[in-house]
Design a protein around this ligand. Structure first.
Ligand code: SF4
Length: 488
């Protein structure tokens, strides 16, 4: 049935409200719903299979791969051990070139800095390129609310991010923000903001987006970007994109603001050769992405382009408390998205089920670390612990080990359910005592009888959630010792 445009807009508003109110809590409920969504699975498979094929061709079998990965890991390790030094080196380099640097403790600080800057500049249109750091702190939404009197129009200019913004949704993947949408849904969203119904073909949709976004680039007062990497020795911000929108965002508006997580700093310019290669090969399966931009402060004398005013915001937002802990390796992430693509859980549920900016294995690790175990308590369990994430990670983060550590931490904090704790305590005692073990086996054989069907246990209370999807063999009628005694 045709949906009228006002109805489409209402739908968009509802989704927007839902998206903004989403919480990390409730992964299990959202995940259950998502696994039944066939369209979602088709869209996820299309993107992840293509990306993984490319990744495997460029990195998997590449003779340089182990060395690149090792070098990246060591560089990150060394950087985190001296993070304060490298951040202040980077800040000095940028200030020497006439840029401004601000250290933000949290999202509030970032919002206040950007909002006050917009007020001072009399800004109306803020054009953004893709930035997970700003998604993490809901910068757009918070600016619109806290600085409502300025009437700011904040426009995402990455095509996927723009479509997600129009639909009132959050990105569902670090690299492919709208991989969960099919062409029909995208046509519907773009037609909803067009004067006419657009045809569902990629060229027409892209041409429409290009025309609309060009108007925003040309009229933007402030450009906001993230940073894939920040180089300490030169103060260079490196952004890696395929659409060229970051170039326009950083060179057309008179003011450029970079919001960068403090963990994105790397020591030397030459380190970029390691990280840019790993990011493009792992993230999109390309040897190198189409646009690799290097920006070092505001436009210099005699330079033809670049913003007149440059601001770098170095955002902590919970990162520094991980330094020197057993979770520090989570800060090595370069947001390539490869662990999402290989994860059997992500591939079934998609990113929105996680309810957080970061999804997949890295989301399941970093979200409880940044937001707290309580709100994200389901996420460390959103893993089969198969280790595919660790194997694919280009910087060697032991993701499945970190997930296990987070599960342990929840148990130590007393967050496990009472029934589960009692069950494991009982199991421990039984396994430690031969008498209890023998008695337990006897009781178990009796209790399993109503649930043992066709060689497996089905529907037993307490473990039904597990056995609904897996085979559990019943206890044998006689133990090995009993058979041994009988001489069989
Ligand atoms: S954890 Fe590793 S694989 Fe996952 S997004 Fe980060 S760098 Fe990529």
């Amino acid at each position: 049935m045709e949906t009228s445009k006002p109805a489409r807009r209402r739908d968009t508003e509802d989704r927007r409200r839902e998206g903004l109110e989403s919480k990390v809590e409730g992964f299990n409920e959202r995940g259950r719903k998502a696994v039944r969504d066939r369209k979602l699975h088709d869209s996820i498979s299309l993107f992840t299979n293509k990306t993984l094929t490319g990744r495997n061709a460029q990195l998997g079998a590449h003779p340089d791969a182990p060395e690149l990965r090792e070098r990246a890991y060591r560089t990150k390790q060394e950087t985190m051990a001296n993070l304060d030094y490298y951040l202040s080196q980077m800040a000095d380099a940028i200030e020497e070139r006439g840029g401004n640097v601000f250290f933000a403790d949290d999202g509030e600080d970032v919002v206040r800095y950007v909002g006050d800057l917009a007020r001072r500049c009399g800004a109306k249109i803020l054009a953004k390129s893709k930035s997970m750091a700003t998604e993490e702190i809901e910068l757009n939404h918070r600016l619109e609310e806290d600085y409502a009197d300025l009437g700011l129009e904040i426009v995402e200019t990455d095509l996927g991010e723009w479509i997600a913004q129009l639909a009132g949704e959050t990105p569902s993947h670090i690299v492919g923000p709208i991989l969960h949408m099919n062409k029909e849904r995208i046509t519907e969203i773009l037609s909803g903001v067009s004067d006419e119904d657009l045809p569902p073909d990629v060229e027409s949709l892209a041409a429409f987006a290009r025309k609309r976004l060009r108007e925003k680039f040309l009229n933007a007062d402030i450009g906001i970007t993230g940073a894939n990497f920040g180089v300490a020795e030169t103060g260079t911000i490196c952004t890696v994109t395929n659409e060229g929108n970051a170039r326009l965002v950083t060179s057309v508006p008179p003011v450029h603001v970079v919001v960068m997580g403090i963990e994105k700093v790397i020591p030397k310019f030459e380190d970029l050769s390691t990280f840019v290669q790993l990011l493009s090969r792992s993230g999109t399966g390309q040897k190198i992405t189409v646009y690799t931009n290097f920006i070092t402060g505001p436009r210099g004398e005699g330079e033809l382009d670049g913003a007149e005013e440059f601001h770098l915001i170095l955002m902590d937002n919970g990162r520094s408390k991980l330094l020197g802990t057993e979770y520090e390796e989570a800060l090595y992430c370069i947001r390539c998205g490869s662990c999402l693509n290989v994860c059997p859980v992500y591939r079934q549920t998609g990113g929105h089920a996680y309810g957080s900016t970061y999804s997949g294995p890295i989301g399941a690790v970093i979200t409880p670390l940044l937001k707290g175990d309580k709100e994200a308590k389901d996420l460390p369990y959103a893993s089969s612990l198969c280790g595919a994430c660790t194997e694919t990670c280009p910087v060697g983060i032991p993701l499945h080990d970190l997930l296990l550590k987070l599960r342990n931490r929840q148990v130590e904090e007393g967050m496990a359910g009472r029934a589960e704790s009692l069950m494991f305590k009982g199991f421990e005692r039984t396994m430690k005592s031969p008498v209890a073990y023998k008695a337990g086996a006897k009781v178990g054989r009796l209790m399993q009888k109503p649930f043992a069907k066709d060689g497996s246990i089905e529907g037993a209370p307490g473990i039904r959630g597990w056995t609904d999807f897996r085979e559990l063999a019943p206890l044998a009628e006689k133990s090995f010792r009993e058979l041994w005694k009988e001489g069989i």
